[in-house]
Design a protein around this ligand. Structure first.
Ligand SMILES: [Zn+2]
Length: 407
């Protein structure tokens, strides 16, 4: 860990050694990793980073790890130039960061890979997490790879595809009769009692850092520049803050010229506490009771909502919420324009982008990157109405009749 030097309170600045803790003893605010950026800037350059492995671990020097990585092959996912979708929406330079293509089919493999690596360094033999589904699968997969035990907690109404996609790695899978926020509260109690590496509790400061690789990759893939606009979903708001931080760091380290990116955040209307606060002109996020089919980001009390809002404001970006119907239409549009089958959260991003472009907030000539963070096959029941096959007997005659081809 050459450059990570301490954990620091985001509010009062109090510093702590790099340990498995996540809250400040003085003000109970979240802790984050602080780095020696001066030393990092001296040691890093574009050439060195470009020569690294074709995975998120090409940015290892910018992550808070010491030991051997728990790596299941995560990262360096495609940045796709989305010309068809851009034409449809009215954007000349639209790119999709397709993070469906990680080993467990969501961006969560990035933060979990860092957190699992730290868990091993700290000597934990068990990984655990509270999850809306994607995180559970990723934690279970990393535990399998690292020969660790895993306890994963999800709300009982999680989509069936996500349960299978988690259970296959053989963790102890626990469904909780309640919302994600209830699961989270239970896990806070469990974490007090059991000495487990809780990915999004005592390992949260390290977990958070993994999402920065999304921002690093996009800048590198654009030829070492920051986008004009970023649009990304927000559940807890954590990954949204880290995409921005990544761009800010690259600029500070002199690896890109500047990061004047406008940050746009999207949520489902049935769970949009951060968007509500943005619209009310407040930095205070009032919790809501989620009611949406977009379960991956159905978090009523977002832990990083305040920090996400601050970034929206400071970057002169925006926030918008879309209905479940718009999210489904967004899923279909992305698949039919670009060949990318995203989960409902991706539909929220595309539907939000459509609104922001239509209302003139995001301009045609702005280079825009939309972050698609999870894959559609996990939640395919949401769009099952599209399955309307033509059926035929195995003869040419029957087929031509079905296709209404003139004889
Ligand atoms: Zn503090």
């Amino acid at each position: 860990m050459p450059y990570a030097r301490a954990l620091r309170c985001r509010k009062c600045g109090q510093e702590y050694p790099l340990q498995p803790i996540n809250l400040c003893d003085f003000c109970f605010s979240p802790l984050e990793v602080s780095y020696d950026y001066k030393a990092m800037a001296k040691a890093l350059n574009r050439k060195k980073l470009t020569g690294g492995p074709l995975s998120m671990w090409r940015y290892r020097d910018m992550l808070p790890v010491e030991g051997k990585e728990v790596d299941i092959g995560t990262g360096f996912t495609p940045l796709v130039k989305a010309d068809n979708l851009g034409r449809e929406l009215g954007l000349d330079q639209l790119y999709i960061k397709n993070d469906c293509l990680n080993p467990t089919y969501s961006f969560k493999d990035r933060p979990v890979s860092v957190a699992a690596t730290k868990a091993q360094e700290f000597g934990f033999d068990t990984l655990a997490c509270a999850s809306t589904g994607n995180l559970a699968a990723s934690v279970a997969a990393h535990a399998a790879k690292a020969n660790m035990k895993a306890y994963v907690f999800v709300p009982a109404d999680v989509e069936p595809g996500k349960l299978v996609g988690t259970a296959i790695y053989n963790p102890v899978l626990i469904t909780v009769d309640g919302s994600y926020d209830d699961v989270n509260r239970l896990c806070a109690m469990v974490a007090q009692k059991y000495k487990w590496g809780f990915i999004n509790i005592n390992l949260r400061p390290y977990y958070a850092e993994g999402s920065k690789t999304l921002g690093y990759e996009v800048a590198e893939q654009l030829g070492w520049r920051a986008p004009d606009c970023v649009i990304a979903p927000a559940g807890s708001g954590l990954s949204f803050t880290r995409i921005w931080q990544a761009l800010d760091e690259l600029s500070m380290l002199g690896l890109i010229e500047s990061a004047n990116t406008h940050m746009y955040l999207t949520q489902a209307a049935g769970s949009s506490p951060i968007v509500n606060a943005f619209k009310a002109g407040s930095l205070h996020v009032n919790p809501v009771e989620p009611d949406t089919i977009v379960k991956s980001i159905a978090i009523g009390n977002p832990a990083d909502g305040y920090f996400a809002l601050k970034i929206v404001r400071e970057s002169r970006g925006g926030a918008c919420a879309v209905t479940d119907e718009e999210a489904i239409a967004g899923m279909k549009l992305l698949a039919q324009a670009e060949g990318i089958f995203a989960e409902a959260t991706g539909g929220v991003v595309i539907a939000g982008l459509k609104r922001l472009v239509a209302s003139g907030v995001i301009k045609r000539n702005e280079l825009t990157v939309a972050f698609i963070t999870g894959a559609g096959p996990k939640t395919q029941e949401i769009v099952s109405d599209i399955v309307q096959p033509l059926t035929t007997q195995p003869t040419l005659e029957s087929l031509e009749k079905v296709l209404s081809v003139p004889a």
